[in-house]
Design a protein around this ligand. Structure first.
Ligand code: PMP
Length: 413
C-alpha cells in the first residue's frame, strides 16, 4: 500500500504559512483515517493523478467536479493555449465571451442569456440578487443541508464568522417537501423572492436523494403561482446528467440556472443563465470581478462544451457509473457487506449500510485509496468521460483487496 511521506512533510510546511495548511473542501480534515490519503498532487493525465510521493490514483473525485473530460484533455488545452497566445486578461473582453454565451444559449434548454464569473459562489449569490431585484422581495427559500457556496448567506449561523443577520432572509425547508414550500409561501405572503435548490439533493455524510415523482413540477407550479424566481444550482450536476441542463433531465423549467465545475474542464469559469423575463433585472444588478472577463477559461469552456457534445459525455459517464455501481455492490456482497449507492451514477454517494457509524466505510475508502482508487467517504464521488474499462477493472480489483483487508462481515458468515 502507498505511503505519503512527502505529502506529510509539505503539509507541515503549508500549515506554517497558510491557515489550515489546506482549507475548504480540499482540507484533509474529512479524509479519515488521514494516513490513508495523499494531501498534494504533482501531475495528472486522463482519469488519473499522481501525488508528490509518486503514487498514482484512479481519480473518483475529479477535482470535486471540474474534471469531466479527463486531465490535460488535448482539445480543451489546445483551445486554451491558442487563446493565451492572443491574450487572456485584457482591458476589454474578447469576442470569445460572446461566442461562449451563444454556445451556452444554444446548448442549455430554455435559457436565453449567460453571465460569466469564476466560482459557483459568485453565480449563486448573483442569482439571489437578480431574484430580489426582479421581485422587490427579500426572502429566499432553500433546502436544509443544501450547499450553494461559502457566501455568508449560504452558511448557517453558528459557522465561524457568520452572523445571524447574514442569513436573516433565508428560509430552509426539507428536500422533497413541496408542502413545506407551500406553507412558507402562506407564512410570508408576497415576501418570497426566490427558491434555490440543486437538481437533486447531494449532501455530505448522508445518502443522496433524487427528486420524488412530480416534486420539481409542483415546485415550478408554486413558483409561477406566487411570482417566485425558480433558481437551479446546477453547479455540481451540470453537464454530468444532461448537456442541456439538469432541469431537462428532471423535466421542468427554471428561471435561472447556475453552472460552474464541469463547464471548463478545470479552467476557472462559472455562469449564470436565465430567461428573457429576467434579462433586464440581471442587467441592473452591479456585479463583476477582476478576472471574470479572462478569455482563456472562456475558450476552454467552448472547447469543453464542444467535446462533451461530440463524445456524448453524459451518456459515457452514466454507462461507466452504472458499471462501477454494479461492480462495487457485487464486490461488497462477496465479502458479506451491503453497499448502498445513491444519487446519479455519474456522481454516486456510497455507504456500507452494515456500519451506521461510517467508520468501517471510512476504512474501506481509505484502504482503496492506498491501493490507487481515490475514494472519499463523506462526499459524493464523480466519474468522468475519461474513465476507461481498464480503470474500472483495476478499481474493482482494488475494492476487492480493500474488503479483504478490513475483513469479511462477521455477521454474515
Ligand atoms: N453549489 C453547489 C451545488 C456546489 O457543489 C458548489 C461547490 N461544491 C457550490 C455551489 C460552490 O461553488 P464554488 O466552490 O465554486 O464557489
Amino acid at each position: 500500500p502507498y505511503t505519503y511521506e512527502n505529502s506529510r512533510r509539505l503539509f507541515e510546511k503549508a500549515a506554517g504559512v497558510i491557515p489550515c495548511g489546506i482549507y475548504g473542501h480540499f482540507s484533509p480534515a474529512p479524509l479519515v483515517p488521514p494516513e490513508n490519503y495523499p494531501f498534494f498532487a504533482q501531475k495528472a493525465s486522463g482519469a488519473r493523478f499522481t501525488d508528490i510521493d509518486g503514487n498514482e490514483f484512479i481519480d473518483y473525485m475529479c477535482a470535486y467536479g471540474p474534471m469531466v473530460l479527463g486531465y490535460n484533455c488535448e482539445p480543451v488545452d489546445r483551445a486554451a493555449l491558442a487563446q493565451l497566445e492572443k491574450g487572456n486578461c485584457l482591458s476589454c473582453p474578447g469576442p470569445v465571451m460572446v461566442e461562449l454565451a451563444e454556445k451556452l444559449v444554444n446548448t442549455v434548454a430554455q435559457m436565453d442569456w449567460a453571465f460569466f464569473a469564476k466560482n459557483g459562489n459568485d453565480v449563486t449569490s448573483y442569482a439571489l440578487m437578480v431574484a430580489r431585484h426582479a421581485t422587490g422581495r427579500k426572502k429566499i427559500v432553500a433546502i436544509r443541508g443544501g450547499y450553494h457556496g461559502t457566501a455568508p448567506w449560504a452558511q448557517t449561523f453558528g459557522h465561524h464568522g457568520v452572523t445571524e443577520e447574514d442569513a436573516a432572509h433565508m428560509v430552509r425547508i426539507p428536500w422533497n417537501d413541496a408542502a413545506a414550500f407551500e406553507a412558507v409561501l402562506e407564512q410570508y405572503p408576497g415576501q418570497i423572492a426566490g427558491f434555490i435548490a440543486t437538481p437533486y439533493h447531494h449532501p455530505v455524510f448522508a445518502d443522496n436523494e433524487m427528486p420524488a415523482q412530480g416534486y420539481w413540477q409542483k415546485i415550478e407550479a408554486l413558483c409561477r403561482k406566487h411570482g417566485v424566481v425558480l433558481i437551479v444550482d446546477d453547479i455540481r450536476c451540470g453537464f454530468r446528467l444532461d448537456l442541456r441542463g439538469s432541469h431537462v433531465y428532471f423535466g421542468f423549467t427554471p428561471d435561472l440556472v447556475c453552472f460552474c465545475k464541469a463547464i471548463g474542464n478545470g479552467y476557472p469559469i462559472s455562469a449564470l443563465m436565465g430567461t428573457d423575463a429576467l434579462k433586464s433585472a440581471a442587467a441592473k444588478v452591479f456585479y463583476t470581478g477582476s478576472y471574470w472577463f479572462s478569455a482563456v477559461p472562456m475558450a476552454a469552456a467552448i472547447a469543453t462544451l464542444d467535446e462533451m457534445a461530440r463524445i456524448n459525455a453524459a451518456a459515457a459517464m452514466l454507462a461507466y457509473g452504472e458499471k462501477l455501481r454494479d461492480g462495487l455492490i457485487e464486490t461488497a456482497r462477496r465479502h458479506g457487506y451491503d453497499l448502498k449507492v445513491s444519487g446519479h451514477p455519474a456522481m454516486p454517494y456510497l455507504r456500507i449500510t452494515d456500519d451506521p457509524s461510517l467508520m468501517l466505510h471510512q476504512r474501506w475508502c481509505g484502504e482503496c485509496t492506498r491501493r490507487g482508487a481515490f475514494f472519499t467517504s463523506h462526499h459524493n464521488w464523480f466519474v468522468s468521460a475519461a474513465h476507461t474499462e481498464e480503470d474500472l477493472a483495476r478499481t474493482l480489483e482494488i475494492a476487492d483487496e480493500a474488503f479483504a483487508v478490513i475483513g469479511d462481515n462477521p455477521q454474515k458468515k
